[in-house]
Design a protein around this ligand. Structure first.
Ligand SMILES: Nc1ncnc2c1ncn2[C@@H]1O[C@H](COP(=O)(O)OP(=O)(O)OP(=O)(O)O)[C@@H](O)[C@H]1O
Ligand SMILES: [Mg+2]
Length: 613
């Protein structure tokens, strides 16, 4: 036996726990209360019309039997016109009434669905928009910590499960509460002791169905996960098909796929077994209720307490009750799953976006960017990536950042744009700490060509226009294409600037991608242009041309080139030489060549290499 606190805990976890997580849906229900109230009214109406049917059946059966026996008809039949006083008249009248009540019930059920299910679709729409908007407001650190699949599941799978709660679960629970209340009250009103006997199997039915649907749901969830694994596997295999083919690794992938598919099949088999139990169980328990009705009712008829019409009426009541009771278990599991999904959604929705709290705005860099004793690491447990970095970048200058792979160059660019915050130290732009700026305003001054270029499955035009800051930037489109040395290539594409890229369209070469990314950054005529390895995939001739074009496009603006190659940065006004997160030396190319042996060695090696190639 459980003691009271234990019982309370179980109750708490079962009800309060779910209710608490569903509370965050309250605002949506308030928005759509009109639909909820209308839905409820139609639920009540449809049940009122439904419970009219069994008494009509009873009266018609009893009336016909009385007529056959030649006995006196009840008063309420006698009051009707004379052509309803024979068997046929009674049958036609009651048939007509039953049809009419069923029709009205059907109409009400239509409007019930139109209100509640429509409401759930609206809530689903709002919730998806809210989640996506929230995702967009979250910082890079959030994306670094969470799997893409997880983010996607919450906006698709979990929202669907919540919709099953806001729609069907709410509709069924209101409907079944209303119906059980009405039907049981009438049954008790007619004969309470017979009702008690007849209803005994129903709670057992509810319990068993709960257990079975719970088992079904658990298995379905498991199967869903297996299916996502298969989908991800197939997706990854196709994305990496070049690697698979070049290493002739097809057999290895086929074996892995077979294993995943085998697990999926086994889980499905176990679901089929549980599903198989479901219907026989429901039918057996319904049959039992009907048997009890006939047995107990038959005895009462013999004793004169019940009419034959009453037995049929009760059988109809029992039938009316069994489906709502059977769906109790299903509804409970819908609520549980909806609550669990809402909890998962809230986990992300409660994460505060790392928006800069600052209010300062900036139009262009007019003075300088200053890194003062900046230390940085991506995670508290990982080693320092930047160690006491100090430098100043003057406005309108051309700066180079150079260093070996992993030395922290890209990290500096991310800190500079405010994507990450320094772990220690200060970054100031025009004398104001970076965190005091409004994020939108700050990012508008940068044009960023990132090392990992991403192009959307969209047209060339839209891919470049992502970089546009204002309406007037749109007019730069053609000029920027010429400036990025893309004109001839785009003209050779099947639909020119309207050609779709990526999975649905053509694939670009590495160098073409880089120039698309440069066009994207230049279109906004940025105050600070940041090119992280953005010239590495083009030949030296094109690199030179691009650099000249950028210079004339971006006059009076600050340009920062990040590269491994000294040749990319050697004509910069100032070069920052980075090694393992520390600045070894900085200054002009000539100065570094004279004063830094390591730089000179690197320069000579790279020149030697480029001479050979
Ligand atoms: N998102 C991240 N989370 C954790 N560690 C990271 C992350 N990004 C980079 N690092 C680590 O920080 C260090 C510096 O990386 P960074 O990308 O700044 O180097 P880099 O100088 O740009 O190198 P490359 O020339 O290869 O682009 C590396 O050791 C890298 O493993
Ligand atoms: Mg890098």
């Amino acid at each position: 036996m459980l003691d009271l606190p234990q019982k309370y805990t179980i109750l708490n976890t079962l009800i309060l726990h779910h209710l608490k997580s569903l509370l965050s849906l309250l605002k949506y229900f308030v928005n759509y209360k009109r639909y909820l109230i209308t839905g409820f009214l139609f639920i009540v109406l449809s049940n009122i019309f439904a419970i009219f049917i069994p008494p009509i059946v009873r009266v018609s059966i009893d009336g016909v039997l009385l007529k056959l026996k030649g006995e006196k008809l009840p008063k309420y039949i006698e009051l009707l016109p004379a052509y309803f006083h024979d068997e046929l008249g009674i049958a036609i009248l009651s048939g007509g009434l039953i049809l009419f009540a069923a029709l009205l019930k059907g109409v009400c059920m239509y409007f019930m669905r139109m209100s509640v299910i429509v409401m759930s679709r609206y809530i689903e729409y709002d919730q998806k928009n809210d989640i996506f908007k929230h995702y967009q407001s979250l910082g890079q650190d959030f994306y670094a910590k969470n799997y893409t699949g997880d983010l996607m599941n919450r906006i698709s799978d979990d929202v669907s499960k919540v919709r099953m709660f806001t729609g069907p679960a709410i509709m069924y629970s209101l409907n079944l509460t209303c119906m059980i209340f009405m039907v049981v009250s009438i049954m008790f009103y007619i004969n309470s002791s017979i009702t008690l006997y007849v209803l005994t199997p129903l709670p057992i039915l509810a319990m068993l169905i709960y257990l079975v649907s719970d088992a079904i749901n658990k298995r379905s969830d498991y199967i869903q996960k297996r299916l996502s694994k298969i989908t991800s596997f197939v997706q990854e295999t196709f994305s990496g098909i070049q690697v698979v083919k070049s290493y002739a690794a097809e057999d290895h992938f086929i074996r892995d796929f077979e294993r995943l598919n085998q697990d999926y099949k086994n889980d499905n088999m176990s679901l089929v077994r549980v599903n198989g139990v479901f219907m026989p169980l429901v039918l057996a328990l319904i049959g039992m209720s009907i048997l009890i009705t006939i047995y107990v009712g038959g005895n009462a008829v013999v004793k004169g307490q019940f009419s034959l019409g009453n037995i049929v009426e009760y059988i109809i009541y029992v039938n009316m009750l069994t489906w709502p009771v059977a769906s109790l278990g299903y509804v409970t599991s819908l609520v549980q799953r909806g609550a669990a999904s809402q909890r998962r959604i809230d986990e992300f929705m409660n994460i505060q976006s790392v928006k800069h709290i600052g209010k300062s705005t900036i139009k262009k860099l007019s003075n300088q960017i200053e890194f003062k004793d900046v230390w940085f690491r991506y995670d508290e447990k990982t080693p320092w990536v930047l160690k006491s970095v100090n430098f100043v970048i003057d406005a309108q200058k051309k700066i180079g950042i150079i260093g070996a792979t992993g030395s922290g160059k890209s990290t500096i660019s991310k800190l500079l744009m405010g994507i990450y915050k320094p772990s220690k130290g200060n970054i100031k732009i025009d004398g104001i700490p970076i965190q005091d700026y409004n994020r939108k305003s700050l990012s508008a001054i940068f044009g960023y060509v990132s090392q990992d270029i991403f192009l959307f499955s969209d047209t060339v035009r839209n891919n470049i226009l992502i970089g546009a800051n204002s309406q007037s930037d749109y007019n730069n489109l053609n000029a920027v294409i010429i400036c990025s040395e893309l004109e001839n290539e785009i003209n050779s594409f099947p639909n020119g600037i309207e050609t779709v890229l990526g999975e649905r369209g053509i694939t670009l070469s590495g160098g073409q991608k880089q120039r698309m990314s440069i066009a994207r950054a230049l279109i906004r005529k940025p105050s600070v242009l940041l090119i992280d390895n953005g010239l590495s995939a083009v030949d030296t001739k094109t690199e030179l041309k691009l650099k000249q074009n950028i210079k004339s496009w971006n006059t009076n603006n600050t340009t920062i080139f990040i590269s491994h190659r000294i040749s990319t940065v050697q004509d910069c006004d100032h070069i920052i030489f980075l090694d393992q997160g520390k600045i070894i030396k900085s200054g002009s190319h000539e100065y570094l060549k004279d004063s830094c042996a390591f730089y000179t060695m690197l320069y000579e090696k790279q020149s030697e290499f480029s001479d050979k190639t």
